[in-house]
Design a binder for this molecule. Structure first.
Ligand SMILES: [Zn+2]
Length: 210
């Protein structure tokens, strides 16, 4: 009893505001842990770009790099495709030609983007994911995005990215981030040496440091 007496006194003295604050922190940690396990399980889910794109379609046009549904790598009118780096586009078309022999078609979910489009995606991601830090795992800034420079393409659907993960290196086409199975860039040396190891997500990529 001599030991429990001071403990009870201490308990009574903890202000309610502290208890409430502690509960908020515990809830936040639980939510973060829940989110992480959810995120790691959903690597094959739709690209955040797919989700965000529909929200911004009204404000942005094809001239900003918005790609309508059903556009393939062979399109020669949509800026999101035609503004891609010619070497990347050439490799994609060569790969898509060979994939067609396997009954697989490459669609462009997103390709080149204007800085305006990229910044809207980033703003959307910050409100979607709740913080700039979390958003940075998925969406780059206009200054750092390989989409804005025309050096990256998001390919769909699943059978196309599955084909690319098996054969892409033969064309210099490499997946760069483990958390983005749809995102491909040109790594010409991959033809001889295979694709470089992937980054877990864009925050691990030195190019994304700002
Ligand atoms: Zn991408």
């Amino acid at each position: 009893m001599t030991y429990s007496e001071p403990a009870r006194t201490t308990t009574r003295r903890i202000p309610r505001i502290l208890v409430a604050g502690l509960l908020v922190i515990i809830a936040a940690i639980a939510a973060a842990l829940g989110y992480q396990s959810l995120a790691s399980k959903s690597s094959t889910a739709a690209s955040p770009v797919d989700v965000l794109r529909s929200e911004h379609r009204g404000a942005l046009g094809e001239a900003d790099g918005v790609v309508p549904d059903g556009v393939t790598v062979f399109d020669d009118e949509i800026p999101g495709v035609t503004n891609l780096d010619p070497a990347l586009l050439g490799a994609l078309r060569q790969a898509a030609t060979d994939a067609a022999g396997d009954g697989v078609e490459f669609f462009v979910d997103s390709g080149w983007r204007s800085p305006k489009y990229q910044n809207q995606l980033l703003r959307g991601a910050v409100s979607e994911y709740g913080s700039e830090e979390e958003a940075a795992r998925w969406v780059a800034t206009a200054e750092t995005s390989a989409h804005v420079s025309g050096d990256a393409v998001d390919i769909g659907p699943f059978d196309a990215t599955a084909w690319l993960s098996e054969h892409g290196a033969d064309y210099g086409l490499c997946q760069i981030y483990s958390n983005e199975p749809w995102h491909y860039e040109l790594r010409p040396e991959a033809v001889d040496h295979g694709c470089p190891p992937m980054y877990a997500d864009p925050t691990q990529d030195p190019r994304m440091q700002r």
